[in-house]
Design a protein around this ligand. Structure first.
Ligand code: EPU
Length: 337
């Protein structure tokens, strides 16, 4: 295990922001992780997975522990289902592709999401009508203070929209080391209801899609709308889609009749933040190297040399302009440090 001092994290966050870590260590086994935790005060540890949902605005005066645990396996299977487990450092998309190659369904709509397996449950990643929680069985995590191992069931994770217990009560207390999913081997529950998937399949002339077809459609849509972090630094959606009351929505709809919305419950309406940002005039906006993506206003981008602070300032400007125009306060979806 090698500790590196003053290590640049540019390659370790998908925004491509150049901040440095006082110390950096990559761990390849749970034993190595425990040994680092034993040697270091919990307050001096900063956990880094794929760095895909994080905006770093300052140098990190701590030991950055990069979780690089690898491995994926079929734990058990019946004729109908397969239970698979992946270690936290596995790349999410490669894991999804591995499941699809084996003919296991459930994660196809979550294809091509940047990041690692171990950080996926923290924000309950979701796309095109499916969330991680729909196939999640359990995850194993290590308590940073006591080094005890704990299994979290789906109920214990308290999953919500881009949310879980790991972002709330247990924030910073556990490190997820592996995640287990229950997937289908036949009678796959395809979810193609999200408008653009249906049309992408139609364009290809596919009438009875397989799980691989759905995955290909998702990849095509994501490539068209969302920038590839290897080419243009970004962290996916920067903000959450806000949920407002039916009463607040009816006032808003009177003023902006064309506003898109999704009914969540009798009194909750979700509004696409991308629409609010676009109609506040920010789609394609650029200030220095910090900008708003031209194809998806919910995605902030780094054209090269933007600092985390500059991206953060842009996000604050957007929050205040959206608030002024629509009386809605956008909340960041990414973790800001
Ligand atoms: N829209 C605009 N202008 C824009 C972008 C969006 O008007 O520039 C409006 C359109 O009405 C569009 C609607 O917003 O129909 C929805 O847009 P889109 O399908 O792109 O989805 P989203 O709500 O902006 C969410 C997730 C994405 C996920 C997609 C597809 C959040 C915060 N984001 O975005 O997740 O891929 O749905 O399911 O919920 C991520 O979390 O990083 C992420 C990319």
């Amino acid at each position: 295990m090698e500790f590196v001092s003053n290590k640049s994290l540019k390659e370790h966050n998908t925004f491509g922001v150049d901040v440095s870590a006082k110390k950096f260590v990559a761990v390849h086994s749970v034993e190595a992780l425990k040994s680092v935790l034993k040697k270091t005060y919990a307050s001096e540890i900063f956990i880094l997975g794929g760095g895909s949902n994080m905006l770093l605005t300052q140098n990190i005066d701590a030991t950055v522990v990069h979780i690089d645990l690898k491995g994926k396996e079929i734990v058990r299977e019946t004729d109908e289902t397969a239970v698979v487990c992946a270690q936290a450092g596995e790349n999410w998309h490669q894991f999804v592709m591995w499941c699809l190659e084996k003919g296991f369904g459930g994660l196809e709509n979550l294809s091509f999401i940047p990041g690692n397996v171990g950080t996926a449950p923290i924000q309950n990643i979701g796309a095109y009508g499916v969330e991680l929680k729909d196939s999640f069985l359990e995850c194993e995590a290590i308590n940073i203070q006591t080094l005890e191992r704990r299994i979290f069931t789906a109920a214990e994770c308290k999953f919500g929209y881009r949310n879980s217990i790991f972002k709330n009560e247990l924030k910073g207390q556990y490190i997820i080391v592996n995640v287990t999913f229950s997937l289908s081997k036949k009678n796959h529950q395809l979810n193609t209801s999200y408008g653009s998937i249906d049309s992408a399949l139609e364009e290809e002339g596919i009438q009875n899609p397989t799980i691989k077809d759905v995955s290909n459609a998702v990849i095509k849509i994501r490539k068209a709308k969302l920038p590839d972090p290897k080419i243009l630094g970004n962290s996916g959606s920067f903000f959450k889609n806000p949920v407002i009351s039916a009463e607040a929505f009816s006032i808003l709809q009177n003023k902006f009749p064309e506003i898109p919305f999704y009914n969540i419950s009798a009194n909750e309406i979700k509004i696409p933040a991308g629409w609010l940002i676009e109609h506040a005039g920010y789609k394609g906006f650029r200030n220095g190297d910090a900008g708003v993506h031209k194809n998806q206003a919910l995605v902030l981008v780094n054209y090269g040399e933007a600092t985390g602070g500059q991206i953060l300032n842009l996000s604050k400007e957007i929050i205040s302009e959206v608030k002024r125009k629509y009386q809605i306060v956008l909340e960041p979806e990414v973790n800001i440090f």
